[in-house]
Ligand binder design. Structure first.
Ligand SMILES: Nc1ncnc2c1ncn2[C@@H]1O[C@H](COP(=O)(O)OP(=O)(O)OP(=O)(O)O)[C@@H](O)[C@H]1O
Length: 308
């Protein structure tokens, strides 16, 4: 089932949160919606799930126009909101299992899947605790578990890894990766460009309520230009290396004994060759091609220049 945004706009008073968004997402795709604060990402997800009424335009799934509250819409789209919903007095276990039951999962499957998720997300010790009293990160995990326990054909996840520690972020990204399925669409908002890159099939970069770039992470990375990100360890004098760099880049980070910088490829390689020729100056080096984050920053800079 294709997901289509057809000329979608939302205006709050004099502010257009987004304007004339038209795009089609094919099933089997994990799409990342990236962009600065206030770009209109959350509003777009809320329009998709019917929590925000569009000023104009419509959303169509598999040829049917989405109308908030319709049963087929509830069975088709699951939503993880940016801010945790109050889940009343439910315990962790009840919250996850009842989400599965609400989406029509048979009781036995709901219980089995709930157990698996309690284990996968290290939530067993919290199973009888009320969701309302959990920490931000714990609440986030219960929210994600409640969405993935019975995945619908369309999943809208707003900042799924917000507030999670590094280990849990990795587990959640792995889970999202495993949600990929030829009949499913995952549309997620994230500020964590580096981590999201691994799972995304398509990236939409939004700013000022418009989609400025749309492509595969590989294609977007090309927009970062011919740059390299270099990290060197200089046990005795990392600060001197920063001086050697002169003005080739302003993206230099010195945390002795480590120096990191992002610079045009020829200049980066010339410097590295000179440093490596000096015995004992550098004890380790890593050189990386541009990441999606580099591309994102470069695209944002050019978008900001072109936006009034
Ligand atoms: N309920 C509302 N009332 C008034 N203005 C709103 C409302 N919701 C969003 N906006 C405005 O619409 C614009 C887009 O907001 P939105 O929350 O969609 O951005 P975002 O890209 O999700 O931002 P963030 O990354 O900070 O979450 C912003 O200017 C915001 O202030």
């Amino acid at each position: 089932m294709d997901l289509e945004f057809q000329g979608l706009s939302k205006r709050f008073g004099s502010v257009w949160a987004n304007r004339d968004i038209s795009l089609t997402v094919k099933p089997g795709t994990i799409v990342g919606l990236l962009g600065p604060n206030g770009a209109g990402k959350t509003t777009l997800l809320r329009q998709l799930v019917g929590l925000t009424r569009s000023t104009s335009g419509q959303i169509v799934i598999g040829g049917r126009t989405v109308v908030a509250g319709k049963q087929w819409v509830k069975e088709t789209i699951a939503y993880l909101p940016q801010h945790p919903l109050a889940l009343g007095d439910l315990t962790v276990e009840e919250a996850i299992r009842s989400s599965a039951l609400l989406r029509g999962q048979p009781r036995q499957d709901a219980s089995r899947n709930t157990e698996q998720l309690l284990e996968a997300f290290d939530l067993q010790a919290l199973r009888h605790r009320q969701v309302a009293g959990l920490s931000g990160g714990e609440h986030r995990l219960v929210g994600i578990a409640s969405v993935v326990v019975a995945p619908t054909p369309v999943l809208a996840l707003d900042e799924p890894t917000n507030e999670l520690d590094p280990l849990m972020r990795r587990r959640v990204w792995d889970f999202i990766d495993r949600l990929r399925n030829p009949d499913r669409i995952v549309l997620l908002v994230s500020h964590n460009v580096l981590e999201a890159e691994r799972v995304l099939d398509r990236v939409l970069i939004m700013s000022h309520g418009q989609i400025r770039h749309d492509g595969h992470p590989h294609d977007l990375r090309g927009n970062a230009g011919d740059i390299l990100t270099v990290s060197v360890t200089a046990p005795h004098d990392a600060t001197r290396l920063a001086h050697d760099m002169g003005s080739i880049t302003d993206r230099i980070y010195v945390h002795p004994p480590t120096l990191e910088f992002t610079a045009p490829r020829p200049e980066a390689l010339t410097l590295l060759a000179a440093w490596l020729a000096e015995p004992g100056l550098i004890s380790s080096v890593s050189v990386n091609e541009p990441s999606l984050e580099d591309a994102y920053l470069a695209l944002r800079d050019s978008s900001e220049e072109n936006t009034p």
